[in-house]
Design a protein around this ligand. Sequence first.
Ligand SMILES: Cc1ncc(COP(=O)(O)O)c(C=O)c1O
Length: 293
Amino acid sequence: MSLSPGAARGSPLQELADERLRRAGVRLLLKRDDLLHPTVPGNKWRKLLPNLAEARACGHTAVLTFGGAYSNHLRATAAAGRAAALRTVGVVRGDELRDRPLNPSLAQAAAWGMELDFLDRASWRERQSEAVLGRLLERHGPALVVPEGGSNPAGVRGCVPLGRELAASGASVVCCSVGTGGTLAGLAAGLAEGQQALGYASLKHAPLAAETAALQRDAFGRTTSNWRIEDGWHLGGYGRTTPELTAFADDFRSRHGVSLDLGYEAKAMFGLMAGLGSGPFAAGTTVAFLIAG
Ligand SMILES: Cc1ncc(COP(=O)(O)O)c(C=O)c1O
């Protein structure tokens, strides 16, 4: 499958008709990056494509990357590598999984041709060290090494066009979910003068804002002052959910036919709806919300 079935034109914006918004006097536009590609979810498409291009430009025929046992990123890298005819190696956290049957997520990555390598926890903590990386590259051959989430300078720069697409939306605030910060770092850099980006942390991780700023510095040589991270909506941490969040996402799907990822966008939309009517969501504002995958 091609990596750009129309995706190069960008993703659609859809206005949400919802009683809660109407009452608060807020217009909400969904930025449907989940529709960019059938097997490479939006944020991965934005961040992985420039990495694949960089792999080729450096003469690599393979990409090596990292993820947990249920990583969306590993699956997306497998799909993108297959489409781009590049070999992919997925390094999975935890060698206890080596002798167990593959879960559906890893089985799909393997079916798309990804070579899987299961790393013990001690080596995982040191995965960016020369020693561990050296051993991995010796085992699998030369490859472009891409961090988890695809959030390196190439990946961050790949999210700038997303900001530019949103610059034309008329929204004063753009909301998104934050995992590694790569998407927020890039999209904020592409927004128009006067627009603000508001990221909702999907995990409990105090240095997230500092890491997002560092991603901007590495990608652009500077930070932009048009974003901030709201950290009150991670609901206990990465992968954690609550019955209220599940009920909220179920209700959202039945009202709007849109499935929000429980680990990411559901938390951010939950936070946004709770904040309607004041601050960045005062009556009369137009808000854009990114559905990143
Ligand atoms: C569905 C979804 N939304 C948002 C994000 C957050 O993106 P980032 O890691 O660039 O902050 C991710 C990252 O994996 C994701 O899979």
